[in-house]
Design a protein around this ligand. Structure first.
Ligand SMILES: Nc1ncnc2c1ncn2[C@@H]1O[C@H](COP(=O)(O)OP(=O)(O)OP(=O)(O)O)[C@@H](O)[C@H]1O
Length: 572
């Protein structure tokens, strides 16, 4: 967990402690009969005598009782006020953001008007007009605060509405009610909680201000009304302020600080990207050090480094119709640290078979010959248990069809938790933090962890698969057609994401695809495969400029437009 998240959690605990203190005060409130300052003579307030504090003088009540009673009023107005604000603001924000068009235009103009109205005169006019009471205070608080909530939620809903999964659900004939329930509301719900806490905070402040202005219920003792009476009876001018101004002031500060800390913590929890982004530079630095800084320190490029993966004379055959299919013929491959090697070839050329052979996933009757070494470790010699420990841990696969790779009956977080548990014992809290961090890395907010695969668009599922592949920080990744079935825009997003993460973590990777332009975007080196045979290989830029083999030339000619090739990793 990042330092920032630690800080947020610590502040959250302090905040909850402060709020618990005030709630305790509010709970014992009924036991304390408030001292009725109104009944006292209209003269200046005094500092209480010792007898007063001991409850032995004729007033018979003390400031403490008033403070305790005030906690009830302030909390009630704060919570009820915030509930009203959230209900009005959320209803208007969600409807405007979801339906858009003229409904949105109309509602947002109303929001604009509300936000430009001068707050203080409005409060005084309404308060005087409706007569001071708790109900009036709640009404003023709701009226003044809903517009901000509506505006923030509207923008969230607009971004959720445009997500691929919502579009897909709509294209499958899902009703507005279904989309709202399954896609939109689950997306905004985590944001409502921190907003509510902040709302309570603001409402308590506003209640104090209203009461201080004399717009509070004259019969209900609140901290604000204590300040009102303190002001009205000159306590601010005498030493009595210490007793009549400081205690309610401190109570207000305690509850406001408590809500602010809890709100901050909840916001971090609802949006782990806030902390993930803060943590990102440290992570990058570490990856840079392991890969690029290390290389420049030695004055060597990565071609001089020991390969992460070495494949020598790989042959794969399948029995078919009494004969055999030679799916891979005499294939050689070297992948060095931090390198992406693209394997390109048309359908049936043997790409997936090579990936499966590297992952040791081919079973008889498939026949595999040759050697596959991960940092010198001969994978063919490992036992089934050793291989199990290796897969998903030191080497990971990003499979072709993300839709089939995810378990439809488990939510994303459960699947990611299982992937971690398979390889390393981790406390649930730590594992969950790792999951949130990885989801944020692939551009998904933490609440998607609770989603089931069918709730995710193809691109989102592929992001989840990428996050799962990275969970245990593998040294090597086989990305087998990781963009199949995705539209062109999402394909580019996924490739950029893979490239960023690969650079960030310094992982070696093979990127398998039939899509030559896509491979050229990401790969440092490429291998052109035809009929199970590597017909040509070389640095991407070289191969593009000077293709030797007729098949490579044919493939290049078939590409209408090619984007700039990725610079080799060695030039960094
Ligand atoms: N389990 C199997 N049994 C028999 N033949 C197989 C098997 N798996 C693959 N092959 C054959 O091996 C050859 C290479 O298949 P492979 O799936 O590796 O190609 P590919 O380049 O990945 O194709 P695509 O891009 O369509 O996935 C094909 O001729 C295929 O028919």
């Amino acid at each position: 967990m990042s330092g920032k998240s630690n800080r947020a959690a610590a502040l959250g605990k302090i905040g909850m402690g402060l709020i618990a203190l005030v709630v305790l005060l509010a709970l014992i409130g009924p036991l304390a009969v408030p001292y009725d300052a109104k009944e006292r003579s209209g003269g200046p307030l005094e500092a209480p005598s010792a007898a007063h504090w001991l409850g032995t003088n004729d007033i018979g009540q003390d400031i403490l009782a008033e403070l305790v009673s005030g906690a009830r009023v302030s909390l009630t107005v704060g919570i009820v006020g915030a509930v009203c604000v959230m209900l009005i603001g959320a209803a208007i924000g969600i409807v405007a953001g979801y339906f858009g068009g003229w409904i949105d235009a109309l509602m947002m103009r109303l929001v604009d008007v509300m936000m430009t109205l001068p707050f203080l005169p409005l409060m005084i006019v309404i308060g005087v007009f409706l007569k001071p009471s708790i109900a009036t205070q709640i009404m003023i608080i709701s009226l003044v605060m809903w517009a901000k909530v509506a505006r923030e939620l509207r923008s969230q809903i607009m971004s959720l509405r445009s997500r691929g999964s919502v579009q897909a659900a709509r294209s499958m004939g899902a009703t507005n009610g279904y989309i709202m329930r399954r896609h939109v509301l689950p997306g905004v719900f985590p944001l409502l909680i921190p907003q509510f806490v902040q709302g309570v905070n603001a409402a308590i402040m506003m209640e104090s201000s209203l009461s201080f202005l004399g717009l509070g219920d004259p019969l209900a003792k609140s901290w604000g009304s204590m300040l009102f009476y303190a002001n009205a009876r000159s306590a601010f001018l005498t030493e009595a302020w210490l007793w009549w101004v400081l205690p309610p002031g401190i109570c207000i500060i305690i509850v406001v600080l408590g809500c602010t800390f809890v709100g901050y913590w909840l916001e971090e929890k609802a949006n782990p990207r806030l902390s993930a982004y803060a943590a990102a530079p440290a992570r990058k630095k570490r990856a840079d050090r392991t890969l690029y800084a290390r290389l420049s320190e030695r004055g060597m490029d990565n071609r001089a480094e020991a390969p992460v993966l070495t494949v020598e004379r790989l042959q794969v055959t399948f029995p078919k119709d009494g004969g055999i299919v030679r799916a891979v013929k005499d294939f050689n491959l070297i992948v060095r640290p931090g390198e992406i090697v693209g394997i390109v070839g048309e359908s049936g050329s043997g790409k997936t078979t090579i990936g499966a052979a590297i992952m040791q996933l081919l079973k008889p009757p498939a026949r595999v010959e040759g050697s596959i070494r991960l940092k010198g470790l001969d994978l063919a010699e490992l036992s089934a248990e050793q291989l199990r420990r290796l897969r998903g841990n030191r080497i990971a696969l990003i499979p072709q069809a993300a839709m089939n790779a995810l378990n439809p009956v488990l939510n994303i977080r459960m699947q990611m938790l299982e992937a971690i548990k398979l390889h390393r014992p981790m406390k649930p809290a730590e594992a969950n933090r790792r999951i949130d961090e990885l989801l944020a890395e692939v551009g998904l907010s933490a609440h998607w962890g609770a989603a089931f695969p069918h709730e995710l668009s193809g691109g989102m599922k592929q992001r989840v698969i990428i996050a799962m592949a990275l969970l245990n920080e593998p040294e090597f990744i086989v990305a087998d057609e990781p963009t199949t079935g995705l539209d062109v825009k999402v394909q580019v997003e996924i490739v950029r994401l893979l490239e960023r993460l690969q650079r960030q973590y310094g992982i070696a990777m093979i990127f398998i695809s039939h899509d030559l332009p896509l491979v050229m975007r990401i790969a440092d080196r490429m291998i052109i495969l035809n009929g199970g045979e590597a017909v040509e290989q070389g640095a991407t830029a070289e191969l593009r400029k000077y293709p030797n083999h007729p098949y490579t030339r044919k493939l290049l000619e078939a590409v209408p437009q090619i984007g700039p090739a990725r610079e080799p990793a060695t030039t960094v």
